[in-house]
Design a protein around this ligand. Structure first.
Ligand code: SAM
Length: 222
């Protein structure tokens, strides 16, 4: 099947979606063994992991733009029931296979969907992860982040990460959400972690990142 037909029409251009599709397809060619590797878990998701580790609660989590499913499986291993969403069929296949290899298939429900095409019910999730994906909604990025914030139950948490300058020029231009804008969205929440860094991905490709992990006020914190 032509890879272009395997993803839903989303705001991000096909050339970007095809790049992620190729990455997932390479993973699909690999052995089950490599799926057990959950070592690269980005800082904001680790912060959530540290908060829920050993609590033994079944928390309801949503992983938006789940990609290769590392974060969905990481949270499932810690006892969460995770809805993992991605526009690419290949991402859903990789995520489902990773969950199966790790014996987490009952806890990870992966679905092919646009992360911006349904109503997020208020106070419906304990945890929402939006790592390196909201920026691909462009003008809808901040409005969707506000809907994500509203969808968190009292005491629940959001882990966000996205790019900021420096960043190579893209067409269409990358949507940057700056730290001040993130702090505004999560005003009144407890900020568990706020950070930024620059990573040299390749020679001449230095990229800026900003993240926030915020916890909503609630009688019972997670
Ligand atoms: C940069 S990757 C990040 C993957 C993962 N969150 C991570 O940090 O490893 C972006 C992912 O978002 C997905 N994506 C982009 N726009 C999307 C949309 N509107 N709806 C659903 N998924 C989308 C892509 O298919 C890709 O898997």
């Amino acid at each position: 099947m032509n890879s272009k037909k395997e993803h839903l029409k989303v705001q991000a251009p096909d050339k970007w979606m095809n790049g992620w599709d190729n990455y997932h397809k390479k993973l699909l060619e690999g052995s089950d063994e490599q799926y057990k590797n959950l070592t690269f878990i980005t800082q904001p998701v680790q912060v959530i992991g540290m908060k829920i580790y050993g609590k033994g609660e079944c928390l309801k989590a949503l992983d938006l733009g789940c990609g290769d499913g590392r974060y969905a499986c990481f949270l499932a291993k810690l006892g969460c029931k995770v809805h993992a969403i991605d526009a690419l069929e290949s991402a859903i296949e990789v995520t489902s296979r990773r969950a199966k290899v790790l014996g987490l298939e009952k806890q990870v429900i992966a679905k092919q969907k646009n992360i911006d095409d349904w109503t997020l019910e208020p106070e419906s999730y304990d945890i929402i992860v939006a790592v390196q994906v909201l920026q691909y909604l462009f003008d809808r990025a901040i409005p969707r982040l506000k809907e994500i914030a509203a969808a968190i139950k009292p005491g629940g948490m959001v882990a966000y990460s996205g790019n900021i300058p420096p960043h190579f020029k893209t067409d269409p231009p990358m949507k940057f959400i700056y730290e001040e804008e993130l702090r505004e969205v999560f005003k009144g929440w407890t900020l568990l972690s706020v950070g930024r860094d620059e990573r040299l991905r390749r020679p001449d490709d230095l990229r800026g990142y900003v993240w926030i992990v915020a916890q909503k006020a609630g009688e019972e914190e997670k």
